[in-house]
Design a protein around this ligand. Structure first.
Ligand code: OGA
Ligand code: NI
Length: 294
């Protein structure tokens, strides 16, 4: 799904794309100070999911930023000079937009109190236990973790021989992805790779693994990849939104029944980080490892 008319000012979007481009234009000596082998580092620059382990590198540079006021001091501050200002503004705007989408998604699952229930109309304090759980997920994502991945895909002389980013699903609740004017994102749909054409200033909304788990499989996390081309570099900015890193996400009890049993083990961000430290993270293999049945 692509979101248009989302209310985020064009300036905020353009400034973010622009400052991302200027970051990747910096001399490599300035960029590489952010290199780290630690996948949990608050700021991490690199060229692959995990440089020490991946056999084949992707045709991509990235800068990962954990969006938390406590680690802001680690973010690039004076090169580019306006980096922090633009990135903080952008992170705040995407978080607010994410919350609107998340509320709608949870409501679409029938997992939010709609005011039509008599018990609740008579007395706001009387709620069924399910409703308490539904509200909980919204509170959790409000207080949840956010990080951003600034991606730079250089032109590639042999684009058919490599990928910008290999097939994977995002480990989060929802991702808001901003592309520039160059196509490259593809999603896996009914056995085929389908290009997601650029709509100027739109956000691609990707369902992540945590939403698949919360929805007990009703929403499937989308497998996607990025291809590269020989004529123009490409930039994208992915904003990943999750519950707090230690909060276990479970399938919503409302979406479990005798005909649709619980499909997934409870999972949190720490489980995921542990997984990628020891295993090759590809396709949807982490989510597969959280399934109770196959
Ligand atoms: C990602 C991702 C795709 C893109 O950063 O997780 O899937 O088009 N990016 O850059
Ligand atoms: Ni992704």
């Amino acid at each position: 799904m692509q979101l248009v008319n989302h209310g985020i000012a064009e300036d905020v979007i353009n400034d973010m794309r622009d400052v991302t481009r200027r970051f990747f234009d910096l001399p490599v000596t300035e960029r590489e100070v952010y290199m780290s082998a630690d996948v949990s580092a608050p700021v991490r620059y690199g060229t692959s999911f995990n440089q020490t382990k991946d056999g084949v590198f992707c045709w991509r540079d990235f800068l990962k930023l954990v969006c938390d006021p406590n680690v802001l001091s680690h973010w690039p501050s004076n090169s580019p000079l306006d980096f922090r200002k633009c990135a903080v503004k952008y992170a705040e705007n995407t978080k607010a937009l994410f919350l609107k989408v998340a509320e709608a998604v949870v409501e679409s699952l029938g997992a939010v109190h709609d005011g039509g229930d008599q018990e609740v109309v008579n007395d706001e304090n009387i709620m069924t236990s399910d409703e308490k759980i539904e509200d909980k997920i919204i509170t959790e994502v409000k207080n949840g973790s956010q990080f951003m991945m600034l991606n730079y895909y250089p032109q590639c002389p042999n684009p058919d021989l490599t990928l910008g980013i290999p097939p994977h699903s995002d480990f989060d609740f929802l991702t808001l992805l901003l592309q520039d004017d160059v196509n490259g994102l593809q999603i896996h749909h009914r056995g085929d790779w389908v290009g997601v054409d650029v709509i100027p200033n739109a956000f691609v909304v990707n369902v992540g693994d945590l939403l698949e788990i919360f929805s007990n499989g009703k929403y499937k996390s989308v497998m996607h990849r990025a291809v590269v081309n020989s004529f123009k570099p490409r930039i994208s900015v992915a904003s990943f939104h999750s519950t707090p890193i230690d909060t276990i996400v479970e399938p919503s009890p409302k979406l479990i029944s005798s005909s649709n049993p619980r499909w997934y083990k409870g999972t949190n961000f720490s489980t995921f980080l542990e997984y990628i430290k020891t295993s090759d993270y590809k396709k949807k293999n982490f989510l597969e490892s959280r399934k109770l049945f196959n």
